[in-house]
Structure formats: C-alpha cells, structure tokens
Design a protein around this ligand. Structure first.
Ligand code: ZN
Length: 145
C-alpha cells in the first residue's frame, strides 16, 4: 500500500490543541499526533496557555489586532495590549520552529531580543513603550565601550 495515497473514507482531523492535521484511524499518524500534542502541551505549561500551535488561528489573532496597534487615536495601553497579542503569536511560531523545544527562551526574553532586531515593525510610540516593558536581554560577553 502506498502510504501517500488517501484511502477512501479517511478523515483528516485537525487537532484544536496542537494544530496538527492527521488521518484518524491511521496508526502512525495517530502516534505522531499524540507525541506532537504532548510536546505542545509541555510548551504551553512552560511558556503560557496562550501559546497557539495552529497557523490559521495565529493569522486570525494577528489580523484582529493589527488595526488596534496602528490606531494612533487609541490610548497607548490598548495599543500595547493588542501588540502583545501579536507578539504572542510570533513567539508561538518561533517555539514551533524550534520543534516545540522547552529550551526556547521565555516570552519576556524572546520579546526583548525580537524588539532589538525588529525596530520598525511597530509604530514608534508603541515600540518606545514596548522596550521599557521588554528590555534587551543583557549579553554576558558584551564589553564596555
Ligand atoms: Zn493535538
């Protein structure tokens, strides 16, 4: 049997917890899914239950929050709150790209590093506030001057 073929009556499932698409009833798929799901759960326990493993859900959260981030008439606190939601989704992607590694930096530290590299991604008034909340992590090897 060709493992790439889709059998008739096979149903693809998308897990709402870990975002993985797998074929229900396929032993290998189900086994891989269980492993993935457990690892995502470990990451949620460590990094936060807001961690979003599903690409589509991440995109939706970002789309919902960008208008508030860019709304220069809104108060800064609500713009920062919207920005944090977007950062959480980028953080989730980063943890996913690390293979759901528990050694991935925590949200605070990761955001501090991210902001150093992405200085123009948010409006400057939002960015200036964010770097106070998430300062750049101190580098042990940095020398003065
Ligand atoms: Zn799952």
């Amino acid at each position: 049997m060709n493992s790439c073929a889709t059998l008739e009556g096979e149903e693809k499932m998308k897990c709402s917890l870990c975002g993985m698409v797998y074929v229900e009833g396929n032993k290998l798929d189900e086994q891989q899914h269980r492993q993935h799901c457990r690892q995502v759960e470990r990451c949620k326990r460590k990094f936060g239950y807001w961690l979003e493993a599903d690409y589509t859900a991440r995109e939706r959260v970002k789309q919902e929050n960008w208008p508030a981030v860019n709304d220069s008439n809104a108060d800064l606190a609500s713009r920062i709150a919207a920005t944090k939601e977007i950062l959480k989704m980028w953080f989730s992607r980063s943890v996913g790209e690390s293979g759901w590694s528990l050694t991935h930096p925590e949200f605070r530290k990761w955001t501090g590093m991210f902001l150093q590299n992405e200085r123009t991604v948010f409006p400057s008034e939002v960015f200036n506030q964010l770097v106070k909340i998430y300062p750049a992590p101190r580098l042990r090897k940095r020398k003065a001057g």
